[in-house]
Design a protein around this ligand. Structure first.
Ligand SMILES: N[C@@H](CCC(=O)N[C@@H](CS)C(=O)NCC(=O)O)C(=O)O
Length: 213
Protein backbone atom coordinates (compact mmCIF):
# COMPACT_ATOMS: atom_id res chain seq x y z
CA UNK A 1 0.00 0.00 0.00
CA UNK A 2 1.36 3.43 -0.92
CA UNK A 3 0.11 6.91 -0.09
CA UNK A 4 0.66 9.48 -2.83
CA UNK A 5 0.84 12.86 -1.16
CA UNK A 6 2.38 16.32 -1.28
CA UNK A 7 3.72 17.61 2.02
CA UNK A 8 2.48 21.20 1.44
CA UNK A 9 -1.08 20.24 0.41
CA UNK A 10 -3.74 20.65 3.12
CA UNK A 11 -5.70 17.61 1.89
CA UNK A 12 -2.58 15.45 2.22
CA UNK A 13 -1.88 16.94 5.61
CA UNK A 14 -5.35 15.92 6.80
CA UNK A 15 -4.45 12.27 6.15
CA UNK A 16 -1.02 12.66 7.73
CA UNK A 17 -2.56 14.05 10.94
CA UNK A 18 -4.98 11.11 10.95
CA UNK A 19 -2.06 8.66 10.52
CA UNK A 20 -0.21 10.33 13.40
CA UNK A 21 -3.28 10.14 15.66
CA UNK A 22 -3.66 6.44 14.86
CA UNK A 23 0.05 5.61 14.98
CA UNK A 24 -0.04 4.17 11.45
CA UNK A 25 3.06 4.21 9.25
CA UNK A 26 2.64 3.99 5.48
CA UNK A 27 4.94 4.04 2.50
CA UNK A 28 4.58 7.52 1.06
CA UNK A 29 5.52 9.03 -2.30
CA UNK A 30 5.64 12.75 -2.91
CA UNK A 31 3.73 14.02 -5.94
CA UNK A 32 4.51 17.63 -6.81
CA UNK A 33 1.02 18.94 -7.61
CA UNK A 34 2.33 22.51 -7.80
CA UNK A 35 4.57 21.35 -10.64
CA UNK A 36 1.71 19.50 -12.37
CA UNK A 37 2.83 15.88 -11.73
CA UNK A 38 -0.83 14.88 -11.22
CA UNK A 39 -1.48 15.50 -14.93
CA UNK A 40 1.33 13.18 -16.05
CA UNK A 41 1.28 9.40 -16.38
CA UNK A 42 0.94 7.15 -14.53
CA UNK A 43 -0.73 9.47 -12.02
CA UNK A 44 -3.26 11.07 -14.35
CA UNK A 45 -4.74 7.62 -15.08
CA UNK A 46 -4.47 6.42 -11.50
CA UNK A 47 -6.54 9.24 -10.03
CA UNK A 48 -9.18 10.80 -12.34
CA UNK A 49 -9.63 13.66 -9.86
CA UNK A 50 -6.00 14.75 -10.46
CA UNK A 51 -5.40 15.60 -6.82
CA UNK A 52 -3.52 14.39 -3.79
CA UNK A 53 -3.85 12.50 -1.61
CA UNK A 54 -4.64 9.09 -3.03
CA UNK A 55 -3.94 5.64 -1.70
CA UNK A 56 -2.71 2.89 -4.03
CA UNK A 57 -3.51 -0.58 -2.74
CA UNK A 58 -1.36 -3.62 -3.50
CA UNK A 59 -3.90 -4.91 -6.07
CA UNK A 60 -3.86 -1.55 -7.91
CA UNK A 61 -7.10 -0.22 -6.45
CA UNK A 62 -6.94 3.54 -5.92
CA UNK A 63 -8.81 5.36 -3.14
CA UNK A 64 -8.77 9.15 -3.44
CA UNK A 65 -10.45 11.71 -1.12
CA UNK A 66 -8.82 12.34 2.23
CA UNK A 67 -11.82 11.26 4.33
CA UNK A 68 -12.36 8.09 2.24
CA UNK A 69 -8.70 7.17 2.75
CA UNK A 70 -9.05 7.73 6.49
CA UNK A 71 -12.26 5.71 6.63
CA UNK A 72 -10.56 2.80 4.85
CA UNK A 73 -7.59 2.93 7.24
CA UNK A 74 -9.93 3.07 10.23
CA UNK A 75 -11.44 -0.24 9.05
CA UNK A 76 -7.95 -1.78 9.08
CA UNK A 77 -6.91 -0.11 12.35
CA UNK A 78 -10.04 0.49 14.48
CA UNK A 79 -8.19 1.77 17.55
CA UNK A 80 -8.13 4.53 18.55
CA UNK A 81 -11.40 5.26 16.81
CA UNK A 82 -11.66 8.59 15.00
CA UNK A 83 -14.93 7.78 13.22
CA UNK A 84 -16.77 6.54 16.32
CA UNK A 85 -16.77 3.28 18.25
CA UNK A 86 -20.57 2.83 18.44
CA UNK A 87 -23.36 3.24 15.86
CA UNK A 88 -24.51 6.42 17.62
CA UNK A 89 -21.03 7.92 17.75
CA UNK A 90 -20.45 7.06 14.09
CA UNK A 91 -23.67 8.83 13.13
CA UNK A 92 -22.91 11.96 15.12
CA UNK A 93 -19.29 12.17 13.96
CA UNK A 94 -20.29 11.66 10.33
CA UNK A 95 -22.95 14.37 10.67
CA UNK A 96 -20.46 16.89 12.00
CA UNK A 97 -17.71 15.91 9.61
CA UNK A 98 -20.05 16.41 6.65
CA UNK A 99 -21.26 19.76 7.97
CA UNK A 100 -17.72 20.99 8.59
CA UNK A 101 -16.65 19.92 5.12
CA UNK A 102 -19.73 21.05 3.17
CA UNK A 103 -20.60 24.25 5.06
CA UNK A 104 -17.16 25.38 6.24
CA UNK A 105 -14.24 23.86 4.39
CA UNK A 106 -15.60 24.00 0.84
CA UNK A 107 -16.77 27.65 0.94
CA UNK A 108 -13.50 28.82 2.46
CA UNK A 109 -11.50 26.66 0.04
CA UNK A 110 -13.20 28.38 -2.89
CA UNK A 111 -12.51 31.73 -1.21
CA UNK A 112 -8.80 30.86 -1.07
CA UNK A 113 -8.70 29.54 -4.63
CA UNK A 114 -10.38 32.71 -5.93
CA UNK A 115 -8.15 35.07 -3.94
CA UNK A 116 -4.58 33.80 -3.64
CA UNK A 117 -2.48 34.65 -6.74
CA UNK A 118 -0.80 31.20 -6.73
CA UNK A 119 -4.17 29.69 -7.69
CA UNK A 120 -4.82 31.87 -10.74
CA UNK A 121 -5.73 29.47 -13.58
CA UNK A 122 -6.33 26.69 -11.03
CA UNK A 123 -9.50 27.79 -9.29
CA UNK A 124 -11.01 24.29 -9.43
CA UNK A 125 -8.70 21.78 -7.72
CA UNK A 126 -7.31 19.15 -10.06
CA UNK A 127 -8.04 21.07 -13.26
CA UNK A 128 -6.16 23.24 -15.69
CA UNK A 129 -8.48 25.66 -17.41
CA UNK A 130 -8.89 29.37 -17.98
CA UNK A 131 -11.63 30.08 -15.45
CA UNK A 132 -10.71 33.49 -14.00
CA UNK A 133 -10.51 34.05 -10.28
CA UNK A 134 -13.81 35.59 -9.08
CA UNK A 135 -13.31 38.04 -6.18
CA UNK A 136 -17.01 37.77 -5.26
CA UNK A 137 -16.45 34.07 -4.50
CA UNK A 138 -13.79 35.03 -1.99
CA UNK A 139 -16.24 37.38 -0.29
CA UNK A 140 -19.12 34.91 -0.41
CA UNK A 141 -16.94 32.04 0.83
CA UNK A 142 -16.02 34.04 3.94
CA UNK A 143 -19.67 34.97 4.49
CA UNK A 144 -20.69 31.29 4.23
CA UNK A 145 -17.92 30.29 6.61
CA UNK A 146 -19.21 32.88 9.10
CA UNK A 147 -22.70 31.34 8.91
CA UNK A 148 -21.18 27.96 9.66
CA UNK A 149 -19.12 29.31 12.57
CA UNK A 150 -22.31 30.79 14.04
CA UNK A 151 -23.58 27.19 14.21
CA UNK A 152 -20.33 25.65 15.39
CA UNK A 153 -19.83 28.16 18.21
CA UNK A 154 -22.72 26.94 20.41
CA UNK A 155 -21.61 23.34 19.94
CA UNK A 156 -18.13 24.23 21.19
CA UNK A 157 -19.53 26.32 24.06
CA UNK A 158 -20.62 23.06 25.67
CA UNK A 159 -18.33 20.40 24.18
CA UNK A 160 -14.55 20.01 24.10
CA UNK A 161 -14.57 18.73 20.53
CA UNK A 162 -16.71 19.25 17.45
CA UNK A 163 -18.65 15.98 17.67
CA UNK A 164 -18.83 15.97 21.48
CA UNK A 165 -16.52 14.57 24.11
CA UNK A 166 -13.89 12.88 21.96
CA UNK A 167 -11.44 14.07 19.33
CA UNK A 168 -12.55 12.76 15.90
CA UNK A 169 -12.14 13.08 12.15
CA UNK A 170 -14.50 16.09 12.37
CA UNK A 171 -11.84 17.95 14.39
CA UNK A 172 -9.17 17.21 11.79
CA UNK A 173 -11.44 18.55 9.04
CA UNK A 174 -12.29 21.52 11.24
CA UNK A 175 -8.71 22.51 11.98
CA UNK A 176 -7.95 22.71 8.26
CA UNK A 177 -11.08 24.77 7.60
CA UNK A 178 -10.06 27.17 10.38
CA UNK A 179 -6.49 27.45 9.08
CA UNK A 180 -7.90 28.60 5.75
CA UNK A 181 -10.28 31.03 7.47
CA UNK A 182 -7.35 32.55 9.37
CA UNK A 183 -5.35 32.78 6.13
CA UNK A 184 -8.32 34.73 4.70
CA UNK A 185 -8.02 37.09 7.69
CA UNK A 186 -11.23 36.09 9.44
CA UNK A 187 -11.10 37.17 13.09
CA UNK A 188 -11.95 33.88 14.80
CA UNK A 189 -11.02 34.90 18.36
CA UNK A 190 -12.99 38.12 18.04
CA UNK A 191 -16.10 36.57 16.54
CA UNK A 192 -16.23 33.02 17.86
CA UNK A 193 -14.26 32.64 21.14
CA UNK A 194 -15.22 29.01 21.81
CA UNK A 195 -14.14 28.08 18.28
CA UNK A 196 -10.81 29.83 18.92
CA UNK A 197 -10.45 27.90 22.21
CA UNK A 198 -11.10 24.57 20.47
CA UNK A 199 -8.81 25.48 17.54
CA UNK A 200 -5.91 26.28 19.87
CA UNK A 201 -6.32 23.05 21.82
CA UNK A 202 -6.83 20.80 18.79
CA UNK A 203 -3.93 22.34 16.85
CA UNK A 204 -1.62 21.83 19.83
CA UNK A 205 -1.99 18.04 19.64
CA UNK A 206 1.26 16.24 18.76
CA UNK A 207 -0.33 14.92 15.54
CA UNK A 208 -0.36 18.46 14.13
CA UNK A 209 3.40 18.89 14.59
CA UNK A 210 3.81 17.65 11.00
CA UNK A 211 2.54 21.07 9.92
CA UNK A 212 5.49 22.82 11.53
CA UNK A 213 5.47 26.30 13.08
N1 LIG B 1 -11.67 16.66 -1.54
C1 LIG B 1 -10.31 16.26 -1.81
C2 LIG B 1 -9.52 17.49 -2.20
C3 LIG B 1 -8.19 17.13 -2.82
C4 LIG B 1 -7.47 18.37 -3.29
O1 LIG B 1 -8.07 19.40 -3.61
N2 LIG B 1 -6.13 18.29 -3.29
C5 LIG B 1 -5.34 19.41 -3.72
C6 LIG B 1 -4.22 19.71 -2.74
S1 LIG B 1 -4.86 20.26 -1.20
C7 LIG B 1 -4.67 19.06 -5.03
O2 LIG B 1 -4.12 17.99 -5.18
N3 LIG B 1 -4.74 19.96 -6.00
C8 LIG B 1 -4.13 19.76 -7.26
C9 LIG B 1 -4.58 20.80 -8.25
O3 LIG B 1 -5.35 21.69 -7.88
O4 LIG B 1 -4.20 20.67 -9.41
C10 LIG B 1 -9.71 15.55 -0.60
O5 LIG B 1 -10.18 15.80 0.52
O6 LIG B 1 -8.81 14.71 -0.75
Amino acid sequence: MKLHDFAHAPSSQRVRVFLAEKGIELETEQLDVRGGAQFQEPFTSMNPFHCVPFLELDDGTVIAESVSICRYLEELHPEPSLFGATPEARGVIDMWNRRVELDGLLPILHAVRNHVPMFAGRVVPGTRNDLPQAPEMATRGKEMMAVFLDRLGPQLDSNPFIAGGDFSIADITGVFALRMASAMEMDIAGGWPSVARWFGEASARPSFEILGG
